[in-house]
Design a protein around this ligand. Structure first.
Ligand code: CP
Ligand code: NVA
Length: 306
């Protein structure tokens, strides 16, 4: 059966742990795994801008012995309004896997339904699951585990990162707290899905409005931009979300050993202060590096399961 990674809960808790174990092993032996030797090609499509995702997939596929085919989807593949089904069937005849950053979750679901090869979500409006794998790898490195730890995300609770923290964090057995003002709360259906996963893994999920309450005793404090790609109303969003800023005062509520995560790009003075981003609790550079290792492990795992 062709396996895909379109959203965080496409991996069971056991499968997520396997991928994270593999990511740690592959980080130790960076050039020792070559499942795409041939080379087999992997198409990496972008309908939105990217720095980390583009570089980490390009580098990672090369390190896996494969040929990365980086495509700007808007100007080439999708630019003429061709149906996703047709693109999927064409790509599926040529490449061994497809990685796609796009807007609508339904588009990547359609790609997966017709490609016949593994499809990986490199960010949609709803989820950013590859980022969460890297984040979980970083948490494991710092704490030796994920299960039982509390992760507090404060900011735009309705965006792709918040949704992926809920699902991926619950899968990892974490206690996930989202702090967001009214109007920025997580999707209720996704919250419900995450709660059902948490009930099986021993984790928990909750959506709050008070950032200090969410961060109380947290081991991991995470945030993300207040204005995701494609969103407008920047000034209004900044004003609404300022009470959720990750700053030194907020971190006084966290566990003494707490780390800070941010998927980047960061907007200093908005969702996070420069002092915190550059400070001793910040794990963001390890987090950014782990995109490479986690995605290599994911691709390796998907190919071996398919
Ligand atoms: N964190 C992340 O996905 O970064 P890019 O948008 O630069 O790829
Ligand atoms: N929520 C952000 C994540 C960027 C990596 C966005 O979608 O723009």
């Amino acid at each position: 059966m062709t396996r895909h990674f379109l959203k965080d809960d496409d991996l069971t808790p056991e499968e997520q742990a396997e991928v994270l174990d593999l990511a740690a092993a592959m980080k130790k032996d960076r050039f020792g795994y070559r499942p795409f030797e041939g080379p087999q090609s992997v198409a990496v499509l972008f309908d939105k801008p990217s720095a980390r995702t583009r570089v980490s997939f390009h580098t990672g596929i090369g390190e896996l012995g494969g040929l990365p085919l980086i495509v700007d989807g808007v100007s080439t593949l999708m630019g003429r309004g061709e149906p996703t089904e047709d693109i999927a069937r064409v790509l599926g005849r040529q490449v061994s896997a497809i990685v796609w950053r796009t807007s609508g979750q339904e588009l990547i679901e359609t790609m997966a339904a017709h490609a016949g090869v593994p499809v990986v979500n490199a960010l949609t409006d709803d989820y950013h699951p590859c980022q969460i794998l890297a984040d979980l790898q970083t948490v494991r490195e710092r704490f030796g585990r994920t299960a039982g730890l509390t992760l507090a995300y404060t900011g735009d609770g309705a965006n792709n990162m918040a949704h992926s923290y809920l699902l991926g964090g619950a899968t990892a057995g974490m206690h996930v707290r989202i702090a967001a003002p009214p109007g920025y709360q997580p999707d209720a259906v996704i919250l419900g899905r995450a709660a059902a996963i948490a009930a099986r893994t021993g984790g928990s999920v909750v959506a709050l409005s008070d950032a200090a309450a969410a961060v109380q005793g947290a081991h991991v404090v995470a945030t993300d931009t207040w204005v995701s790609m494609g969103q407008d109303g920047k000034e209004r969003r900044i004003a609404d979300l300022m009470p959720c800023q990750v700053n030194d005062e907020l971190l006084e509520h966290a566990d003494a050993e707490a780390i800070v995560l941010h998927c980047l790009p960061a907007y200093r003075g908005h969702e996070i202060t420069a002092e915190v981003l550059e400070g001793p609790r910040s794990a963001v550079w390890d987090q950014a590096e782990n995109r490479l290792h986690a995605q290599k492990a994911l691709l390796h795992w998907l190919m071996s399961e398919t």
